[in-house]
Design a protein. Structure first.
Length: 190
């Protein structure tokens, strides 16, 4: 039988809450008096987006997209494909793309091109977490960031491992031996 995954708290919920408030304050300042359109990348960003949106003191609208990635670990030409598109047009809107984590940068690179082609008024990227040491698309950088973390596989606060642990309040590292990082190369929805 496979060993039960072992978790270690990396960022406790209180720290996440404080940091989400700080990120929201910057967005409030940058967009004062203007509406913003949040686009969450399903499913990982849903909890971060929900908390962030409620700290915004602006006119806010929300939409979601979903993508799937192929062969991220095994194949350096890992491809991203759209699984769920937006419900409405973003032309002329202040779009803020909300991601759970920037890893290789491929997902955000794909999405920012797709969104930019739809002529928003502005396009910013907010990410809860960033693992810069893993970046392959070097010019992908968040405009707003929660935390920079080392190259560790993390779960909780929206992030999953094989569909598990999204509901955890803290961000936790999945300890070696838990099977993290062993990906099959099958399509995986973020
Ligand atoms: P990228 O396209 O390589 O930047 O991958 C981004 C996506 O991979 C994220 O949106 C997550 O869904 C997933 N991902 C990357 N690192 C982690 C992690 O440590 N835990 C959980 N999901 C991760
Ligand atoms: Mg994701």
């Amino acid at each position: 039988m496979p060993a039960a995954p072992r978790l270690k708290v990396l960022i406790p919920h209180a720290d996440i809450r404080r940091r989400v408030r700080a990120v929201a304050r910057r967005i409030n300042r940058d967009f004062r008096g203007q509406p913003v359109h949040l686009i969450g990348v399903l499913s990982g960003a849903c909890i971060f987006l929900a908390d962030l949106a409620r700290q915004l003191d602006l006119e806010v609208s929300i939409d979601f997209m979903a993508v799937a990635s192929y062969g991220r670990e095994k194949n350096s030409s890992g491809q991203v494909r759209l699984v769920k598109d937006l419900d409405s047009s973003i032309e002329g809107l202040n779009v803020i793309l909300v991601e759970d984590i920037l890893d290789t940068g491929r997902t955000v690179d794909y999405l920012r091109r797709l969104l930019a082609a739809r002529r928003p008024k502005s396009l910013r990227i907010v990410a809860l977490l960033d693992k810069p040491s893993r970046r392959l698309v070097l010019d992908v950088r968040p405009d707003y960031l929660g935390f920079e973390i080392p190259n560790q596989f993390v779960v909780g606060y929206g992030l999953d491992w094989a569909g598990r642990f999204r509901h955890l309040r803290d961000i936790c590292a999945l300890l070696p031996g838990s099977g993290a990082g062993r990906r099959t190369g099958r399509a995986g929805v973020s």
